[in-house]
Design a binder for this molecule. Structure first.
Ligand code: ATP
Length: 334
């Protein structure tokens, strides 16, 4: 019917009023949820335990079949499509990794290409490329078995395996949840760098709001009963939480977290064209984060920063102005 919502041309994933009622449960796990996720976008689902994040994620590749609503991938209604071909285009990474213990790392990575009938030499070459891509030297790791790898290394193999069929979409359920905080941060950084190269459409579930703020192009904050409380950029969620639920969920550290998301260019409107001649200022690029600018100012005991602006010339922000500009609770300057 023509009056049903349709995905926009830029949408890679479109959920149209999807619901999931598990058998024997009084309440729906997910209720009438609609979301559109753009091509190449990295979206993170966060929210309290039991609010339906994993159910939502698994409805996208139909590991969980929706009770109502429609799912579109790349403009195609896949609600009733063949699941095997659907899943071929969707990589899936989970916390428990699920590497097969009796297969080498290369064979684990090449599992899906093998199922798809790719020739042995080709799939081994592909496995080596993928191991390289996720930062594991194939000469060292390709022939090892999963138990001979650390938790963080196994997680990288899980990512490599999910990328093996070069799927346009990746679903990740707490992919970095099982590793310690230091490895976790390293994996997050590596994964962000990887994403700038591979530009997949990614939907990731996490419990960790900091992880969400760090990784997501947009964050979907779920409330109880899968209510989509806010679906916006990290900066917008920190700057303008939609309601008290989101404000509480993000927690009390919002102003400090914003410093890592705000760019110097976002606050440069508060700058002045002049700085007292004696002031000790350091040059900072407008693309740096405010957090980095503050670090540089403190490390060099400067009094402020000098920012080059488009069209030539410089603007100045002293430390106090920089902090006040960064602390503005309302819309960010652009
Ligand atoms: N297979 C199932 N059968 C029955 N109920 C289920 C099933 N899987 C999940 N549920 C219920 O559906 C609701 C949503 O679960 P879901 O796992 O999607 O939430 P979540 O937000 O991912 O939770 P968590 O953060 O704790 O992993 C919960 O109340 C859960 O108990």
């Amino acid at each position: 019917m023509s009056d049903r919502p349709a995905p926009s041309p830029d949408a890679m994933i479109f959920l149209d009023g999807v619901s999931k009622q598990y058998p024997g449960q009084a309440k729906a796990a997910v209720s009438e949820l609609s979301m559109e996720i753009g091509r190449g976008e990295f979206v993170v689902l966060v929210g309290p335990s039991g609010c339906g994040k994993t159910t939502t994620l698994r409805m996208i590749n139909r590991l969980v079949e929706p009770t109502r609503g429609r799912i579109f991938i790349d403009g195609k209604d896949v609600t009733h499509a063949d699941v095997d071909s659907l899943r071929r285009g969707i990589g899936y990474v989970i916390q428990q990794i699920g590497l097969l213990p009796h297969l080498t790392i290369a064979d684990n990575v090449a599992l899906v290409p093998k199922m798809l009938g790719t020739k042995k030499s080709e799939r081994h070459q592909r496995a080596e490329e993928l191991l390289e891509l996720v930062g594991l030297d194939p000469a060292v790791y390709a022939g090892r078995y999963p138990k001979q790898l650390s938790g963080g290394q196994q997680q990288r193999v899980g990512v490599a395996r999910a990328l093996a069929a070069d799927p346009p979409v990746m679903l990740m359920d707490e992919p970095f949840g099982a590793v310690d905080p230091i490895v976790r941060e390293k994996l997050q950084t590596e994964f962000l760098q990887l994403q700038t190269r591979i530009r997949k459409t990614i939907v990731m579930v996490t419990h960790d709001i900091d992880e969400a703020l760090r990784l997501g192009d947009r964050i979907a904050v779920f409330g109880p009963g899968s209510r989509l409380a806010q679906f916006d950029t990290p900066l917008e969620i920190l700057s303008n939480p939609a309601d008290d639920f989101v404000r509480d969920f993000v927690g009390s550290g919002a102003p400090v977290r914003r410093l890592s998301l705000l760019k110097v260019s976002d606050v440069v409107e508060s700058s002045s064209a002049d700085m007292p001649g004696t002031a000790n200022v350091i040059p900072v690029d407008a693309t740096e984060t405010v957090h980095r600018a503050l670090e540089l100012v403190l490390a060099s005991r400067a009094e402020g920063i000098r920012v080059g602006v488009a069209g030539g010339g410089s603007r100045y922000l002293d430390l106090q102005t920089l902090l006040i500009a960064a602390a503005q609770p309302t819309k960010v300057l652009s």
